[in-house]
Design a protein around this ligand. Structure first.
Ligand code: AHR
Length: 326
């Protein structure tokens, strides 16, 4: 893809990222010379293991369907995603899959796509809009229930008594909002479970470590448990706890969300107590939706498809780690 194709995207964004793959094939709609459908995927970023597994899943599923996938990722910035999305609309791709970094602020570009008759599939994270006709379908995990499962697990594990610190994901992202609220719903009747601090670790390992270090400095031994909105931040927290001379999963109980391989390894090593799964292998479902849309069967799609997830505890980790696919 030449720079000319992305006039709105800054050089730094272009050079830092592999914005586009598989640009060779194209459809009539996208200005190409064969009938291969051209599908664009606008990803949030590449900031953790879960996200990378998600990207691979979408790329592989597109290849399996024989689609020409054009890929952009926003380096965790909505403005970058909006620029990439607009550029794909201008190219006249056949469909756009959007994993939105935050919930709000999408109406303008979604309207732009609608005007050009480009169908949009929202994947992984939700958008908030008054006009739901701006996208065809949403596919993703039930992140509210994930937060509830984490809260329920922790309350039981701690016998209803704990001072908890929380590492939140990106502000404004649907999994952050839902995991925050779902957790609180689960502990609402547990007066002994107290959230003493809550701050964003941006879904990143390094930031999770940094925030946990600050929590440890401020609250030290008072911290009984960590609730991390994803595994990468939990792994950062584990490092901070060890650096502080404490034993993760023993001195401080840790529950997180995602179920990535590194979390299973941490559980096998006895450093993480529990992970609530959030399956990133969403590519096949996304491409099935795209296939239906392109063959004129969009009306057969549900507006919302939620993926079921499980809870894994440290004690099971060694038995299941080999069967994990991400
Ligand atoms: O939207 C899903 C969340 O986003 C995952 O839990 C997290 O790891 C990712 O960045």
């Amino acid at each position: 893809m030449s720079m000319k194709s992305f006039p709105l995207i800054q050089l730094t964004f272009l050079s830092a990222l592999m914005l586009i793959v598989g640009c060779g094939g194209s459809s009539d709609n996208a200005g190409g010379d064969d009938d291969t459908p051209v599908i664009a995927f606008v990803q949030t970023g590449a900031d953790n293991d879960w996200r990378n597994a998600h990207t691979v899943s979408v790329k592989e599923a597109a290849a399996d369907k024989g689609y020409d996938l054009r890929f952009a990722e926003g380096q965790s910035k909505q403005e970058n995603q909006i620029k990439a999305f607009s550029s794909f609309v201008n190219q006249g791709v056949d469909a756009i899959i959007l994993a939105p970094i935050v919930e709000t602020g999408w109406d303008n570009v979604l309207e732009k796509a609608k005007k050009r008759n480009i169908p949009v599939v929202i994947l992984d994270r939700k958008v908030k809009t008054d006009d739901e006709s701006l996208y065809v379908t949403y596919i993703g995990a039930d992140t509210y229930t994930e937060g509830k499962k984490a809260g329920k697990w922790l309350a039981e594990k701690m016998g209803g008594q704990a001072k908890v610190v929380e590492l939140q994901g990106n502000p404004g992202a649907s999994p952050t909002i839902n995991r925050f609220n779902g957790f609180r719903e689960a502990i609402a009747d547990q007066s002994g479970i107290e959230i003493i601090a809550s701050q964003s670790g941006e879904f990143r390992r390094s930031k999770g470590k940094e925030v946990m270090e600050a929590f440890l400095k401020k609250y030290g031994d008072d911290i009984d448990a960590v609730y991390a909105h994803n595994d990468d931040m939990a792994i950062g927290a584990i490092q901070a706890i060890e650096d502080a001379g404490m034993k993760p999963a023993e001195d401080i109980v840790i529950v997180s969300v995602d179920g990535v391989r590194a979390a299973f390894e941490a559980m096998v090593d006895g450093k993480l107590n529990c992970t609530v799964e959030c399956n990133p292998l969403q590519g096949p479902l996304a491409m099935e939706a795209v296939e239906k849309i392109l063959s004129g069967q969009a009306d057969q799609l549900d507006k919302v498809t939620l993926i079921e997830d499980s809870v894994f505890e440290m004690e099971q980790a060694a038995d299941v780690i080999e069967s994990r696919k991400y």
